[in-house]
Write a new protein. Structure first.
Length: 585
Protein backbone atom coordinates (compact mmCIF):
# COMPACT_ATOMS: atom_id res chain seq x y z
CA UNK A 1 0.00 0.00 0.00
CA UNK A 2 1.17 3.54 -0.75
CA UNK A 3 1.68 5.85 2.20
CA UNK A 4 -1.07 8.51 2.39
CA UNK A 5 -0.09 11.77 0.69
CA UNK A 6 -2.17 14.16 2.76
CA UNK A 7 -2.23 17.45 0.87
CA UNK A 8 -3.72 20.73 2.21
CA UNK A 9 -6.48 21.99 -0.05
CA UNK A 10 -8.62 24.71 1.53
CA UNK A 11 -9.23 26.17 5.03
CA UNK A 12 -12.32 24.58 6.53
CA UNK A 13 -13.54 28.02 7.59
CA UNK A 14 -13.76 29.07 3.97
CA UNK A 15 -16.02 26.15 3.06
CA UNK A 16 -19.61 26.79 4.14
CA UNK A 17 -22.08 23.88 4.36
CA UNK A 18 -23.29 23.14 0.83
CA UNK A 19 -20.30 24.92 -0.66
CA UNK A 20 -17.65 23.82 -3.18
CA UNK A 21 -14.10 24.99 -3.73
CA UNK A 22 -11.44 24.03 -6.27
CA UNK A 23 -7.84 23.67 -5.15
CA UNK A 24 -4.78 23.07 -7.31
CA UNK A 25 -2.57 20.40 -5.78
CA UNK A 26 -0.43 17.53 -6.92
CA UNK A 27 -0.61 18.62 -10.53
CA UNK A 28 -4.40 18.42 -10.63
CA UNK A 29 -7.53 20.36 -9.78
CA UNK A 30 -9.38 18.91 -6.79
CA UNK A 31 -13.00 19.76 -6.09
CA UNK A 32 -13.87 19.85 -2.37
CA UNK A 33 -17.49 19.80 -1.22
CA UNK A 34 -18.95 20.19 2.28
CA UNK A 35 -22.51 18.96 2.60
CA UNK A 36 -25.23 20.21 4.94
CA UNK A 37 -24.22 17.68 7.59
CA UNK A 38 -20.62 18.85 7.56
CA UNK A 39 -19.23 15.84 5.71
CA UNK A 40 -16.32 16.50 3.34
CA UNK A 41 -15.73 15.01 -0.09
CA UNK A 42 -13.00 15.43 -2.67
CA UNK A 43 -12.97 14.39 -6.33
CA UNK A 44 -11.08 15.35 -9.46
CA UNK A 45 -12.60 18.51 -10.88
CA UNK A 46 -12.43 17.20 -14.44
CA UNK A 47 -15.45 15.23 -15.58
CA UNK A 48 -14.11 11.91 -16.92
CA UNK A 49 -16.51 12.18 -19.86
CA UNK A 50 -14.96 15.14 -21.69
CA UNK A 51 -13.02 17.03 -19.03
CA UNK A 52 -15.43 19.87 -18.28
CA UNK A 53 -15.22 21.37 -14.73
CA UNK A 54 -17.46 19.62 -12.24
CA UNK A 55 -17.31 22.73 -10.05
CA UNK A 56 -19.87 24.29 -12.38
CA UNK A 57 -22.34 21.55 -11.46
CA UNK A 58 -24.53 21.04 -8.43
CA UNK A 59 -24.95 18.55 -5.58
CA UNK A 60 -28.17 16.92 -4.43
CA UNK A 61 -28.39 14.01 -1.98
CA UNK A 62 -24.63 13.44 -2.19
CA UNK A 63 -24.74 13.18 -5.99
CA UNK A 64 -22.72 15.64 -8.03
CA UNK A 65 -24.15 16.47 -11.48
CA UNK A 66 -21.99 17.72 -14.34
CA UNK A 67 -24.13 20.34 -16.07
CA UNK A 68 -22.39 19.90 -19.39
CA UNK A 69 -23.82 16.45 -20.21
CA UNK A 70 -25.76 15.48 -17.06
CA UNK A 71 -23.32 12.83 -15.85
CA UNK A 72 -23.82 12.14 -12.15
CA UNK A 73 -21.31 10.94 -9.54
CA UNK A 74 -21.70 9.65 -5.99
CA UNK A 75 -19.42 11.83 -3.88
CA UNK A 76 -18.97 9.02 -1.34
CA UNK A 77 -16.81 6.96 -3.71
CA UNK A 78 -16.75 8.69 -7.11
CA UNK A 79 -18.97 6.05 -8.73
CA UNK A 80 -20.86 7.14 -11.85
CA UNK A 81 -24.60 6.77 -11.30
CA UNK A 82 -25.63 8.30 -14.65
CA UNK A 83 -23.16 8.18 -17.50
CA UNK A 84 -20.33 5.77 -18.05
CA UNK A 85 -17.17 6.44 -16.01
CA UNK A 86 -16.32 7.01 -12.35
CA UNK A 87 -14.52 10.18 -11.32
CA UNK A 88 -11.25 9.92 -9.36
CA UNK A 89 -12.11 10.17 -5.64
CA UNK A 90 -9.85 11.02 -2.66
CA UNK A 91 -10.16 10.42 1.10
CA UNK A 92 -10.37 13.61 3.18
CA UNK A 93 -9.57 14.79 6.72
CA UNK A 94 -9.28 18.04 8.64
CA UNK A 95 -5.87 18.85 10.12
CA UNK A 96 -5.15 22.15 11.95
CA UNK A 97 -8.17 23.77 10.37
CA UNK A 98 -7.23 22.71 6.83
CA UNK A 99 -9.17 20.31 4.67
CA UNK A 100 -6.68 17.77 3.36
CA UNK A 101 -7.03 15.00 0.79
CA UNK A 102 -4.96 11.89 0.25
CA UNK A 103 -3.73 12.33 -3.33
CA UNK A 104 -1.44 9.29 -3.30
CA UNK A 105 -1.83 7.00 -6.32
CA UNK A 106 -4.50 4.39 -5.81
CA UNK A 107 -3.29 0.79 -5.52
CA UNK A 108 -2.35 -0.47 -8.99
CA UNK A 109 -3.32 -4.09 -8.30
CA UNK A 110 -6.05 -5.05 -10.73
CA UNK A 111 -6.23 -1.58 -12.29
CA UNK A 112 -5.45 -2.78 -15.80
CA UNK A 113 -8.01 -5.57 -15.48
CA UNK A 114 -10.61 -3.07 -14.24
CA UNK A 115 -9.84 -0.81 -17.19
CA UNK A 116 -10.25 -3.70 -19.63
CA UNK A 117 -13.57 -4.51 -17.94
CA UNK A 118 -14.59 -0.88 -18.40
CA UNK A 119 -13.56 -1.12 -22.05
CA UNK A 120 -15.75 -4.20 -22.50
CA UNK A 121 -18.71 -2.36 -20.98
CA UNK A 122 -18.13 0.57 -23.29
CA UNK A 123 -17.87 -1.73 -26.31
CA UNK A 124 -21.07 -3.55 -25.34
CA UNK A 125 -22.98 -0.32 -24.81
CA UNK A 126 -21.59 1.36 -27.96
CA UNK A 127 -20.05 4.20 -25.95
CA UNK A 128 -17.42 5.17 -28.50
CA UNK A 129 -16.01 8.05 -26.47
CA UNK A 130 -15.47 5.83 -23.46
CA UNK A 131 -13.87 3.19 -25.69
CA UNK A 132 -11.37 5.79 -26.85
CA UNK A 133 -10.68 7.08 -23.34
CA UNK A 134 -10.21 3.59 -21.90
CA UNK A 135 -7.88 2.75 -24.77
CA UNK A 136 -5.77 5.84 -24.15
CA UNK A 137 -5.68 5.13 -20.40
CA UNK A 138 -4.55 1.56 -21.02
CA UNK A 139 -1.79 2.81 -23.31
CA UNK A 140 -0.74 5.44 -20.78
CA UNK A 141 -0.60 2.66 -18.17
CA UNK A 142 1.93 0.86 -20.34
CA UNK A 143 -0.32 -1.81 -21.86
CA UNK A 144 1.17 -2.83 -25.25
CA UNK A 145 -1.06 -1.86 -28.18
CA UNK A 146 -0.76 -5.43 -29.46
CA UNK A 147 -2.59 -6.63 -26.35
CA UNK A 148 -5.42 -4.19 -27.00
CA UNK A 149 -5.66 -5.37 -30.61
CA UNK A 150 -5.96 -8.98 -29.44
CA UNK A 151 -8.58 -7.88 -26.90
CA UNK A 152 -10.66 -6.36 -29.72
CA UNK A 153 -10.44 -9.58 -31.73
CA UNK A 154 -11.29 -11.69 -28.67
CA UNK A 155 -14.28 -9.47 -27.81
CA UNK A 156 -15.55 -9.91 -31.37
CA UNK A 157 -14.80 -13.62 -31.49
CA UNK A 158 -16.84 -14.35 -28.38
CA UNK A 159 -19.79 -12.13 -29.25
CA UNK A 160 -20.27 -11.98 -33.00
CA UNK A 161 -23.35 -14.01 -33.80
CA UNK A 162 -21.81 -16.26 -36.44
CA UNK A 163 -18.12 -16.07 -35.56
CA UNK A 164 -15.23 -13.71 -36.20
CA UNK A 165 -15.86 -10.66 -38.38
CA UNK A 166 -13.65 -8.07 -40.09
CA UNK A 167 -12.56 -7.08 -36.58
CA UNK A 168 -10.14 -10.01 -36.65
CA UNK A 169 -8.60 -8.87 -39.93
CA UNK A 170 -8.15 -5.21 -39.04
CA UNK A 171 -6.94 -5.99 -35.51
CA UNK A 172 -4.01 -7.68 -37.23
CA UNK A 173 -3.68 -5.04 -39.94
CA UNK A 174 -3.42 -2.07 -37.57
CA UNK A 175 -0.31 -3.57 -36.00
CA UNK A 176 1.48 -2.67 -39.24
CA UNK A 177 0.75 1.00 -38.54
CA UNK A 178 1.98 1.23 -34.96
CA UNK A 179 5.46 2.53 -35.72
CA UNK A 180 3.89 5.80 -36.87
CA UNK A 181 1.68 6.10 -33.79
CA UNK A 182 3.87 5.97 -30.68
CA UNK A 183 2.60 5.71 -27.12
CA UNK A 184 -1.01 6.84 -26.53
CA UNK A 185 -1.32 7.90 -30.19
CA UNK A 186 -1.72 4.19 -31.02
CA UNK A 187 -5.33 4.69 -29.95
CA UNK A 188 -6.09 6.06 -33.44
CA UNK A 189 -5.41 2.87 -35.44
CA UNK A 190 -6.67 0.70 -32.56
CA UNK A 191 -10.04 2.42 -32.73
CA UNK A 192 -10.71 0.85 -36.14
CA UNK A 193 -11.16 -2.73 -34.84
CA UNK A 194 -12.60 -1.50 -31.53
CA UNK A 195 -15.24 0.65 -33.22
CA UNK A 196 -16.18 -2.18 -35.57
CA UNK A 197 -16.38 -4.66 -32.68
CA UNK A 198 -18.67 -2.33 -30.80
CA UNK A 199 -20.99 -1.77 -33.75
CA UNK A 200 -21.20 -5.46 -34.63
CA UNK A 201 -21.79 -6.81 -31.12
CA UNK A 202 -23.63 -4.11 -29.22
CA UNK A 203 -25.32 -5.62 -26.13
CA UNK A 204 -24.62 -9.14 -27.36
CA UNK A 205 -23.59 -11.52 -24.54
CA UNK A 206 -20.33 -13.40 -24.77
CA UNK A 207 -20.40 -17.06 -25.70
CA UNK A 208 -19.12 -19.43 -23.03
CA UNK A 209 -16.25 -21.54 -24.31
CA UNK A 210 -16.84 -25.28 -24.11
CA UNK A 211 -14.70 -27.58 -21.98
CA UNK A 212 -11.47 -28.60 -23.76
CA UNK A 213 -11.23 -32.16 -25.09
CA UNK A 214 -7.99 -34.13 -25.06
CA UNK A 215 -6.95 -34.27 -28.73
CA UNK A 216 -4.93 -37.48 -28.29
CA UNK A 217 -1.31 -37.96 -29.20
CA UNK A 218 -1.41 -37.40 -32.96
CA UNK A 219 -1.81 -33.85 -34.33
CA UNK A 220 -2.53 -35.26 -37.78
CA UNK A 221 -5.35 -37.46 -36.49
CA UNK A 222 -6.74 -34.63 -34.39
CA UNK A 223 -6.68 -32.36 -37.44
CA UNK A 224 -8.71 -34.85 -39.45
CA UNK A 225 -11.15 -35.25 -36.55
CA UNK A 226 -11.54 -31.47 -36.49
CA UNK A 227 -12.30 -31.43 -40.22
CA UNK A 228 -15.02 -34.05 -39.78
CA UNK A 229 -16.64 -32.06 -36.97
CA UNK A 230 -16.54 -28.84 -38.96
CA UNK A 231 -17.98 -30.61 -42.01
CA UNK A 232 -20.81 -31.85 -39.78
CA UNK A 233 -21.29 -28.27 -38.53
CA UNK A 234 -20.77 -29.46 -34.95
CA UNK A 235 -19.35 -26.23 -33.54
CA UNK A 236 -19.15 -27.28 -29.85
CA UNK A 237 -17.29 -30.51 -30.63
CA UNK A 238 -14.93 -28.72 -33.01
CA UNK A 239 -14.24 -26.00 -30.44
CA UNK A 240 -13.58 -28.57 -27.72
CA UNK A 241 -10.91 -30.24 -29.85
CA UNK A 242 -9.28 -26.91 -30.74
CA UNK A 243 -9.21 -25.77 -27.11
CA UNK A 244 -7.83 -29.16 -26.07
CA UNK A 245 -4.92 -28.73 -28.46
CA UNK A 246 -4.21 -25.26 -27.06
CA UNK A 247 -4.46 -26.52 -23.48
CA UNK A 248 -2.07 -29.35 -24.29
CA UNK A 249 0.45 -26.77 -25.49
CA UNK A 250 0.60 -27.80 -29.13
CA UNK A 251 2.28 -25.08 -31.22
CA UNK A 252 0.17 -22.49 -33.00
CA UNK A 253 1.65 -23.77 -36.26
CA UNK A 254 -0.18 -27.08 -35.78
CA UNK A 255 -3.56 -25.39 -35.34
CA UNK A 256 -2.77 -23.03 -38.20
CA UNK A 257 -2.21 -25.98 -40.51
CA UNK A 258 -5.54 -27.46 -39.47
CA UNK A 259 -7.34 -24.21 -40.22
CA UNK A 260 -5.60 -23.89 -43.61
CA UNK A 261 -7.36 -27.08 -44.67
CA UNK A 262 -10.66 -25.93 -43.19
CA UNK A 263 -10.72 -22.70 -45.21
CA UNK A 264 -9.76 -24.62 -48.37
CA UNK A 265 -12.39 -27.35 -48.04
CA UNK A 266 -15.09 -24.93 -49.22
CA UNK A 267 -15.36 -21.42 -50.59
CA UNK A 268 -16.72 -19.90 -47.42
CA UNK A 269 -18.84 -16.79 -46.99
CA UNK A 270 -17.48 -14.67 -49.84
CA UNK A 271 -13.95 -15.65 -48.88
CA UNK A 272 -13.98 -14.08 -45.42
CA UNK A 273 -12.58 -17.00 -43.37
CA UNK A 274 -9.68 -17.46 -45.79
CA UNK A 275 -8.94 -13.72 -45.66
CA UNK A 276 -8.92 -13.88 -41.85
CA UNK A 277 -6.85 -17.08 -41.69
CA UNK A 278 -3.27 -15.83 -41.85
CA UNK A 279 -4.16 -12.61 -40.05
CA UNK A 280 -5.50 -14.44 -37.00
CA UNK A 281 -2.25 -16.29 -36.42
CA UNK A 282 -0.06 -13.29 -37.32
CA UNK A 283 -1.94 -11.26 -34.70
CA UNK A 284 -1.43 -13.88 -31.99
CA UNK A 285 2.25 -14.38 -32.79
CA UNK A 286 2.98 -10.69 -32.68
CA UNK A 287 0.94 -9.98 -29.55
CA UNK A 288 2.18 -12.92 -27.49
CA UNK A 289 -0.45 -12.44 -24.82
CA UNK A 290 -3.70 -13.85 -23.58
CA UNK A 291 -6.69 -14.09 -25.86
CA UNK A 292 -5.58 -16.99 -28.04
CA UNK A 293 -8.49 -19.25 -27.09
CA UNK A 294 -11.12 -16.56 -27.66
CA UNK A 295 -9.61 -15.37 -30.95
CA UNK A 296 -9.23 -18.85 -32.45
CA UNK A 297 -12.57 -20.01 -31.11
CA UNK A 298 -14.23 -17.07 -32.86
CA UNK A 299 -12.35 -17.82 -36.07
CA UNK A 300 -13.34 -21.51 -35.94
CA UNK A 301 -16.94 -20.61 -35.11
CA UNK A 302 -16.98 -18.41 -38.21
CA UNK A 303 -15.67 -21.27 -40.35
CA UNK A 304 -18.33 -23.66 -39.06
CA UNK A 305 -21.18 -21.18 -39.59
CA UNK A 306 -20.03 -19.76 -42.92
CA UNK A 307 -22.07 -20.33 -46.06
CA UNK A 308 -20.45 -23.05 -48.19
CA UNK A 309 -20.90 -21.20 -51.44
CA UNK A 310 -19.20 -23.89 -53.51
CA UNK A 311 -22.23 -26.11 -52.87
CA UNK A 312 -24.58 -23.65 -54.59
CA UNK A 313 -25.76 -24.26 -58.20
CA UNK A 314 -23.63 -21.46 -59.75
CA UNK A 315 -20.51 -23.29 -58.53
CA UNK A 316 -21.16 -26.47 -60.53
CA UNK A 317 -18.27 -25.80 -62.94
CA UNK A 318 -15.92 -25.39 -59.97
CA UNK A 319 -17.04 -28.68 -58.47
CA UNK A 320 -16.50 -30.49 -61.75
CA UNK A 321 -13.06 -28.97 -62.24
CA UNK A 322 -11.88 -29.83 -58.73
CA UNK A 323 -13.29 -33.34 -58.92
CA UNK A 324 -11.38 -33.90 -62.15
CA UNK A 325 -8.09 -32.28 -61.13
CA UNK A 326 -7.77 -32.94 -57.38
CA UNK A 327 -6.50 -36.53 -57.79
CA UNK A 328 -3.45 -34.99 -59.52
CA UNK A 329 -2.83 -32.21 -56.98
CA UNK A 330 -0.12 -34.10 -55.12
CA UNK A 331 1.84 -34.78 -58.29
CA UNK A 332 1.32 -31.26 -59.55
CA UNK A 333 2.51 -29.75 -56.28
CA UNK A 334 5.62 -31.90 -56.46
CA UNK A 335 6.33 -30.72 -60.02
CA UNK A 336 5.71 -27.03 -59.35
CA UNK A 337 8.49 -25.00 -60.90
CA UNK A 338 9.75 -27.76 -63.20
CA UNK A 339 8.89 -25.50 -66.15
CA UNK A 340 10.53 -22.17 -65.20
CA UNK A 341 9.77 -20.80 -68.66
CA UNK A 342 6.01 -21.20 -68.28
CA UNK A 343 4.13 -18.42 -70.05
CA UNK A 344 1.44 -16.87 -67.82
CA UNK A 345 -0.41 -14.92 -70.52
CA UNK A 346 -2.92 -17.67 -71.47
CA UNK A 347 -4.04 -18.02 -67.84
CA UNK A 348 -4.18 -14.25 -67.46
CA UNK A 349 -6.33 -13.90 -70.57
CA UNK A 350 -8.57 -16.74 -69.42
CA UNK A 351 -9.14 -14.99 -66.09
CA UNK A 352 -9.86 -11.70 -67.84
CA UNK A 353 -12.39 -13.30 -70.17
CA UNK A 354 -14.90 -14.06 -67.43
CA UNK A 355 -15.53 -17.68 -68.47
CA UNK A 356 -14.80 -19.77 -65.38
CA UNK A 357 -14.67 -23.07 -67.27
CA UNK A 358 -11.91 -21.70 -69.52
CA UNK A 359 -10.10 -20.32 -66.47
CA UNK A 360 -10.23 -23.70 -64.71
CA UNK A 361 -8.92 -25.49 -67.79
CA UNK A 362 -6.08 -23.00 -68.20
CA UNK A 363 -5.21 -23.24 -64.50
CA UNK A 364 -5.14 -27.04 -64.63
CA UNK A 365 -2.90 -26.93 -67.69
CA UNK A 366 -0.51 -24.56 -65.91
CA UNK A 367 -0.25 -26.85 -62.90
CA UNK A 368 0.17 -29.94 -65.08
CA UNK A 369 2.94 -28.22 -67.02
CA UNK A 370 4.94 -27.59 -63.85
CA UNK A 371 4.43 -23.83 -63.76
CA UNK A 372 6.19 -22.16 -60.82
CA UNK A 373 3.68 -21.68 -58.03
CA UNK A 374 4.91 -18.11 -57.55
CA UNK A 375 4.14 -17.32 -61.19
CA UNK A 376 0.64 -18.81 -60.91
CA UNK A 377 -0.05 -16.86 -57.73
CA UNK A 378 1.21 -13.65 -59.31
CA UNK A 379 -1.06 -14.21 -62.30
CA UNK A 380 -4.07 -14.69 -60.04
CA UNK A 381 -3.36 -11.63 -57.90
CA UNK A 382 -2.70 -9.41 -60.92
CA UNK A 383 -5.95 -10.52 -62.54
CA UNK A 384 -7.77 -9.89 -59.26
CA UNK A 385 -6.21 -6.42 -59.06
CA UNK A 386 -7.51 -5.69 -62.55
CA UNK A 387 -11.01 -6.63 -61.43
CA UNK A 388 -10.82 -3.95 -58.72
CA UNK A 389 -9.16 -1.45 -61.04
CA UNK A 390 -11.83 -2.04 -63.69
CA UNK A 391 -14.83 -2.11 -61.34
CA UNK A 392 -17.75 -0.08 -62.68
CA UNK A 393 -18.67 2.36 -59.90
CA UNK A 394 -22.22 2.56 -61.24
CA UNK A 395 -22.81 -0.89 -59.72
CA UNK A 396 -21.97 0.43 -56.25
CA UNK A 397 -24.51 3.24 -56.63
CA UNK A 398 -27.26 0.89 -57.84
CA UNK A 399 -29.57 -0.06 -54.92
CA UNK A 400 -31.05 -2.90 -56.97
CA UNK A 401 -27.72 -4.78 -56.96
CA UNK A 402 -25.97 -6.65 -54.18
CA UNK A 403 -22.63 -6.28 -55.97
CA UNK A 404 -20.79 -3.26 -54.60
CA UNK A 405 -17.35 -1.78 -53.99
CA UNK A 406 -16.70 -3.84 -50.88
CA UNK A 407 -17.42 -7.08 -52.69
CA UNK A 408 -15.08 -6.00 -55.48
CA UNK A 409 -12.21 -5.45 -53.05
CA UNK A 410 -12.65 -9.01 -51.77
CA UNK A 411 -11.50 -10.39 -55.12
CA UNK A 412 -8.05 -8.90 -54.45
CA UNK A 413 -7.86 -9.55 -50.71
CA UNK A 414 -8.94 -13.17 -51.24
CA UNK A 415 -6.27 -13.69 -53.92
CA UNK A 416 -3.72 -12.21 -51.52
CA UNK A 417 -4.88 -14.56 -48.74
CA UNK A 418 -4.52 -17.54 -51.09
CA UNK A 419 -0.95 -16.52 -51.84
CA UNK A 420 -0.07 -16.22 -48.14
CA UNK A 421 -1.48 -19.67 -47.37
CA UNK A 422 0.07 -21.49 -50.32
CA UNK A 423 3.48 -19.87 -49.90
CA UNK A 424 3.78 -21.30 -46.39
CA UNK A 425 1.91 -24.61 -46.55
CA UNK A 426 2.81 -27.30 -49.09
CA UNK A 427 -0.31 -29.43 -48.49
CA UNK A 428 -1.52 -30.38 -52.03
CA UNK A 429 -5.16 -30.20 -50.88
CA UNK A 430 -4.77 -26.44 -50.59
CA UNK A 431 -4.51 -26.09 -54.37
CA UNK A 432 -8.30 -25.96 -54.20
CA UNK A 433 -7.79 -22.33 -53.19
CA UNK A 434 -6.32 -21.55 -56.63
CA UNK A 435 -9.54 -22.75 -58.24
CA UNK A 436 -11.62 -20.72 -55.81
CA UNK A 437 -9.61 -17.60 -56.57
CA UNK A 438 -9.84 -18.27 -60.31
CA UNK A 439 -13.62 -18.50 -60.12
CA UNK A 440 -13.95 -15.43 -57.90
CA UNK A 441 -11.90 -13.39 -60.36
CA UNK A 442 -13.61 -14.80 -63.46
CA UNK A 443 -17.21 -14.23 -62.45
CA UNK A 444 -16.41 -10.71 -61.26
CA UNK A 445 -15.77 -9.74 -64.89
CA UNK A 446 -19.48 -9.00 -64.97
CA UNK A 447 -18.71 -5.94 -62.82
CA UNK A 448 -16.09 -4.46 -65.18
CA UNK A 449 -16.48 -1.01 -66.69
CA UNK A 450 -16.26 -0.74 -70.50
CA UNK A 451 -12.83 -1.45 -71.96
CA UNK A 452 -12.62 2.05 -73.40
CA UNK A 453 -12.67 3.50 -69.87
CA UNK A 454 -9.82 1.43 -68.42
CA UNK A 455 -6.78 3.29 -69.73
CA UNK A 456 -4.43 4.72 -67.10
CA UNK A 457 -2.87 8.15 -67.63
CA UNK A 458 0.63 8.06 -66.12
CA UNK A 459 0.93 11.46 -64.44
CA UNK A 460 4.22 12.97 -63.35
CA UNK A 461 4.79 13.51 -59.63
CA UNK A 462 7.39 15.46 -57.61
CA UNK A 463 10.65 13.68 -56.86
CA UNK A 464 10.05 14.04 -53.12
CA UNK A 465 8.07 10.98 -51.85
CA UNK A 466 5.97 12.98 -49.38
CA UNK A 467 4.96 15.57 -51.97
CA UNK A 468 4.32 12.85 -54.53
CA UNK A 469 2.14 10.93 -52.06
CA UNK A 470 0.30 14.17 -51.25
CA UNK A 471 -0.60 14.54 -54.94
CA UNK A 472 -2.22 11.09 -54.85
CA UNK A 473 -4.04 11.84 -51.60
CA UNK A 474 -5.34 15.19 -52.86
CA UNK A 475 -6.84 13.46 -55.89
CA UNK A 476 -8.33 10.75 -53.66
CA UNK A 477 -9.95 13.36 -51.41
CA UNK A 478 -11.31 15.14 -54.49
CA UNK A 479 -12.78 11.81 -55.64
CA UNK A 480 -10.93 12.16 -58.93
CA UNK A 481 -10.21 8.48 -59.43
CA UNK A 482 -8.49 8.84 -62.81
CA UNK A 483 -6.09 11.47 -61.50
CA UNK A 484 -5.43 9.53 -58.29
CA UNK A 485 -4.59 6.35 -60.21
CA UNK A 486 -2.49 8.36 -62.66
CA UNK A 487 -0.47 10.01 -59.91
CA UNK A 488 -0.04 6.67 -58.14
CA UNK A 489 1.14 5.09 -61.37
CA UNK A 490 3.62 7.94 -61.84
CA UNK A 491 4.77 7.52 -58.26
CA UNK A 492 5.61 3.85 -58.71
CA UNK A 493 7.07 4.37 -62.20
CA UNK A 494 9.43 6.98 -60.74
CA UNK A 495 10.86 4.32 -58.42
CA UNK A 496 9.89 6.18 -55.26
CA UNK A 497 9.69 4.13 -52.03
CA UNK A 498 6.28 2.51 -51.58
CA UNK A 499 6.01 3.01 -47.80
CA UNK A 500 5.23 6.78 -47.80
CA UNK A 501 2.45 6.29 -50.34
CA UNK A 502 0.95 3.38 -48.41
CA UNK A 503 1.14 5.35 -45.15
CA UNK A 504 -0.65 8.27 -46.78
CA UNK A 505 -3.37 5.99 -48.15
CA UNK A 506 -3.88 4.21 -44.81
CA UNK A 507 -4.18 7.57 -43.05
CA UNK A 508 -7.25 8.40 -45.15
CA UNK A 509 -9.64 5.91 -43.48
CA UNK A 510 -7.96 6.48 -40.10
CA UNK A 511 -8.62 10.22 -40.27
CA UNK A 512 -12.21 10.29 -41.46
CA UNK A 513 -12.21 9.89 -45.25
CA UNK A 514 -14.65 7.00 -44.72
CA UNK A 515 -17.34 6.74 -42.07
CA UNK A 516 -19.13 3.44 -41.48
CA UNK A 517 -16.89 1.09 -39.45
CA UNK A 518 -17.00 -1.82 -41.92
CA UNK A 519 -16.17 0.53 -44.81
CA UNK A 520 -13.30 2.03 -42.81
CA UNK A 521 -12.06 -1.52 -42.26
CA UNK A 522 -12.02 -2.18 -46.01
CA UNK A 523 -10.37 1.18 -46.61
CA UNK A 524 -7.58 0.10 -44.29
CA UNK A 525 -7.08 -3.53 -45.24
CA UNK A 526 -7.24 -3.08 -49.03
CA UNK A 527 -4.19 -0.79 -49.43
CA UNK A 528 -2.26 -2.84 -46.87
CA UNK A 529 -2.99 -6.07 -48.76
CA UNK A 530 -2.06 -4.31 -52.01
CA UNK A 531 1.24 -3.10 -50.54
CA UNK A 532 2.12 -6.61 -49.40
CA UNK A 533 1.33 -7.89 -52.87
CA UNK A 534 3.54 -5.22 -54.48
CA UNK A 535 6.38 -6.44 -52.26
CA UNK A 536 5.72 -10.06 -53.25
CA UNK A 537 5.74 -9.18 -56.96
CA UNK A 538 9.25 -7.79 -56.65
CA UNK A 539 10.45 -6.46 -60.01
CA UNK A 540 7.44 -7.76 -61.96
CA UNK A 541 6.64 -5.21 -64.70
CA UNK A 542 3.03 -4.96 -63.51
CA UNK A 543 3.80 -4.79 -59.81
CA UNK A 544 1.92 -1.47 -59.52
CA UNK A 545 -1.49 -2.95 -60.33
CA UNK A 546 -2.58 -3.99 -56.80
CA UNK A 547 -1.78 -0.60 -55.34
CA UNK A 548 -3.45 1.22 -58.25
CA UNK A 549 -6.54 -0.90 -57.60
CA UNK A 550 -6.57 0.15 -53.94
CA UNK A 551 -6.13 3.80 -54.93
CA UNK A 552 -9.08 3.61 -57.30
CA UNK A 553 -11.25 2.14 -54.54
CA UNK A 554 -10.32 4.90 -52.12
CA UNK A 555 -10.76 7.62 -54.76
CA UNK A 556 -14.22 6.48 -55.83
CA UNK A 557 -17.56 7.36 -54.26
CA UNK A 558 -18.56 4.51 -51.95
CA UNK A 559 -22.15 4.00 -50.87
CA UNK A 560 -21.84 3.48 -47.11
CA UNK A 561 -25.51 3.34 -46.13
CA UNK A 562 -27.64 0.52 -47.52
CA UNK A 563 -31.14 1.55 -46.45
CA UNK A 564 -32.45 1.94 -49.99
CA UNK A 565 -30.94 -1.40 -50.98
CA UNK A 566 -32.45 -3.38 -48.10
CA UNK A 567 -35.86 -1.79 -48.69
CA UNK A 568 -35.61 -2.64 -52.39
CA UNK A 569 -34.74 -6.25 -51.53
CA UNK A 570 -37.61 -6.43 -49.05
CA UNK A 571 -40.06 -5.22 -51.70
CA UNK A 572 -38.58 -7.58 -54.27
CA UNK A 573 -39.07 -10.59 -51.97
CA UNK A 574 -42.32 -9.77 -50.18
CA UNK A 575 -44.21 -8.18 -53.05
CA UNK A 576 -42.70 -9.91 -56.10
CA UNK A 577 -41.31 -13.15 -54.65
CA UNK A 578 -37.85 -12.61 -56.13
CA UNK A 579 -34.38 -13.07 -54.66
CA UNK A 580 -31.79 -10.25 -54.52
CA UNK A 581 -30.17 -9.34 -57.85
CA UNK A 582 -26.47 -9.96 -58.44
CA UNK A 583 -24.32 -9.97 -61.57
CA UNK A 584 -21.76 -12.46 -60.27
CA UNK A 585 -24.08 -15.42 -59.57
Amino acid sequence: MNEPAWTPLVPLAELAPGGMRVAKAGGRQVLVHRDGEGRLFAVDNRCPHEGYPLSQGYVKDCVLTCVWHNFKFDLRDGACVAGDEAVPWFPTRVEAGMVEADLSPRPADGEVERRFASLDTALSERRVGQVARDTVRLLVAGVPPERIAVHAAAFDGLRAEYGATHVLAVASDVLECLSRFPGPEAALPLMVPLDLASEASVRRPARTLVAPEDPGGSPAAAGEALRRRVEAEDAPAAEALLLGALERGWPLAVVEGWCDRLVADHFLDFGHPAIYQRKAFALLRRAGCEGTAAVLSGHLFGIVNATREDLLPPWSAYRRAVAADEPRFEGWRGRAGSDPGWEPLPLREALRAGDEAIAFRSLGEALAAGAPLEAVLATLTLAAAERVLWFDVAHDADPTLQDDWLSATHVLTFARAVREILETNADPHLLRLLYQSARFTSVSAALDRPAAEREIAHLAVPADPERAAAAVVDAVRAKDADAAVGFASGYIAAGLPIAPLVDALVDLPLRGALTRPVVVAHGLKTPLAAAREVASLGDHPERALPLLAAVRFLASPVRERRVEQVVHEALRLVVHGKVPRTLTG
